[in-house]
Write a protein that binds this ligand. Structure first.
Ligand code: FE
Ligand code: CA
Length: 526
């Protein structure tokens, strides 16, 4: 583990430096003997040109559901931001509290910092000092930066493997980390599962304590801690932060009452917001958090990050035996093409399309959770009628039509869609008419496999690719992530694959490389 506390002498030196916080010394002494509380690392996120969020969550080992009961209900805490990793040039200090009410998570929204530069931050509580993290402010909105280095990840089932992919993402020292969903999984594998390399050690998460425990376990991982400590992230969710295949207010389980599912969903959303470094979100009239938002990296890139779960219509073709589960559905199911159905919710659609119309940056990186490109299982492979997987944009084809139409009509420059969920690498052309490769190309789409989760059958999807020429590359046999180097004239895409998810020291290699040039929504081998 990487959470070895720094020495008592170092801690005292840090505390002595915090002349404004004598209460902390008192409190630290009063609670001397409490175990090291910074076992879950630190993180930063949602940067702007004058600040970012810094995050930590106090927890002592061993972790188990309800573990926050072992810390006081209110723990005073100090934080510090400096211009150098040694904290010799501090620029901000402040005090906060870690509350049991929030699972002892702490979010500090910083502002008033200088644009386009690195900072380091750390926390002090209970006489101990956290590891320090590096974060960056964005360039001024009016700046014309030359480059942006991003990494994108999704789908990290704890039990399926070690987080080597996160470690290799950290080693790139990117400017920004995109987290595109399934950051945790709510379910545990059966005990006889052949590829279980470590254990959640708890039954399926269905309540606040259960979800909190899963985030705590993930954040105790040294590779994930390294990633969060190296760069700010921009995170959204997919289904497994709540429940497999849920859709808006609808559980996949028809026996679960809507009200009970909404309670479960609210607990899951609360745990997500406690455990990822987002700004405090606006709430709608039902108290639900709005997490879709936009980041502007000077005039080089605009990054809308979407919520593809909260506002969805019910899963399409909701009949026995599937009900709300994702499944392969015949093209004749009318829901697939019903324009009254939405994946983003009509309000988020308006917000997105409005933003596209007004965008003036060179690139639009549309970060979201689900595959946009169609994948048609042709009649010959599907019993005489074409079929589609229903849980992604193929289940919401009229909504996808609106997205593609808006990408074209807004004339937005260089849209690139970055997606998660599919546990496989994809590089796709998005055509104006999704399934017509002769219609104009309006965007490219990239999917960065999974950190650990099982990929779909390689052979089964290879078999239908001839009927899907929009898919330029597909491979489900590797775990890993996307590494993206954006410049004004081109985007360089590397599909990074780790050697073995069961090996905590797995190496990384580039599986495929693509280039996208300014002004041409096409994938080229690089
Ligand atoms: Fe997943
Ligand atoms: Ca998913």
């Amino acid at each position: 583990m990487s959470h070895a506390p720094i020495s008592r002498r170092q801690t005292l030196r840090v505390l002595a430096g915090l002349a404004a916080t004598p209460w902390l010394l008192r409190h630290g002494r009063a609670l001397a003997g409490v175990d090291y509380p910074f076992t879950l690392g630190v993180a930063s996120g949602d940067p702007t040109s004058d600040g970012f969020v810094i995050w930590t969550r106090l927890a002592t080992l061993p972790l188990y559901p309800g573990n926050e009961q072992r810390l006081p209900a209110t723990v005073p805490l100090a934080w510090e931001v400096a211009e150098d990793p040694g904290f010799r040039r501090p620029v901000r200090r402040g005090q906060s509290s870690a509350l049991r009410l929030n699972g002892h998570a702490v979010h500090v929204e910083l502002n008033g910092l200088r644009p386009g530069r690195e900072y380091w931050y750390r926390f002090i509580a209970l006489g101990e000092t956290s590891a320090s993290g590096r974060a960056m402010t964005l360039p001024p909105a009016t700046a014309s930066p030359d480059s942006l280095h991003l990494v994108a990840a999704s789908c990290a089932h704890w039990e399926r493997g070690y987080f080597s992919a996160y470690r290799h993402m950290a080693e790139e020292r990117p400017d920004l980390v995109l987290l595109l969903g399934d950051y945790i999984y709510e379910y545990s594998l059966p005990s006889d599962s052949a590829d279980r390399v470590r254990r959640y050690g708890a039954p399926e998460a269905t309540d606040l304590a259960g979800y909190r425990y899963r985030y705590a376990l993930h954040h105790s991982d040294p590779d994930l801690q390294a990633l969060h400590a190296v760069a700010p992230c921009l995170a959204t969710w997919d289904d497994h932060e709540v429940q497999d295949d849920y859709s808006g207010p609808f559980s996949k389980d028809p026996a679960l009452a809507r009200r009970a599912f909404l309670q479960r969903r609210a607990a899951a959303y609360q745990a997500f917001l406690e455990n990822l470094p987002l700004r405090r979100p606006a709430r709608d009239s039902n108290g639900a958090p709005r997490i879709y938002r936009r980041l502007r990296y000077g005039d080089l890139a605009s990054i809308p990050i979407l919520d593809g779960r909260q506002y969805r219509s019910r899963q399409p073709c909701y009949v026995a035996p599937h009900f709300g589960k994702g499944h392969v559905e015949a093209a004749s199911c009318a829901d697939l093409r019903d324009p009254r159905r939405t994946l983003l919710g009509f309000e988020q659609e308006r917000w997105l399309y409005d933003g596209l119309r007004r965008a003036d940056s060179r690139w639009q990186l549309i970060a979201q959770d689900l595959l946009v490109a169609p994948l048609r299982v042709p009649p010959a492979e599907a019993g005489g009628e074409a079929r589609y997987w229903t849980d992604n944009w193929d289940g919401f084809q009229a909504a996808r039509e609106r997205l593609l139409e808006n990408l074209q009509h807004s004339r937005v420059a260089n849209p690139v869609v970055l997606s998660g969920d599919y546990h496989s690498f994809w590089a796709n052309h998005l055509h104006r008419v999704a399934e017509d490769p002769d219609s104009p190309r309006v965007a490219v789409e990239l999917v960065g496999t999974s950190i650990t989760s099982n990929g779909p059958s390689y052979e089964a999807i290879q078999k239908v690719l001839p009927a899907n020429p929009q898919v330029r590359f597909y491979d489900s046999r590797q775990r890993g992530y996307l590494s993206l180097r954006l410049q004004r004239q081109a985007l360089d895409v590397r599909m990074q694959a780790i050697s073995d998810r069961a090996d905590p020291h797995a190496s990384v290699a580039t599986l495929r490389r693509f280039a996208v040039a300014d002004g041409d929504p096409s994938l080229h081998d690089a």
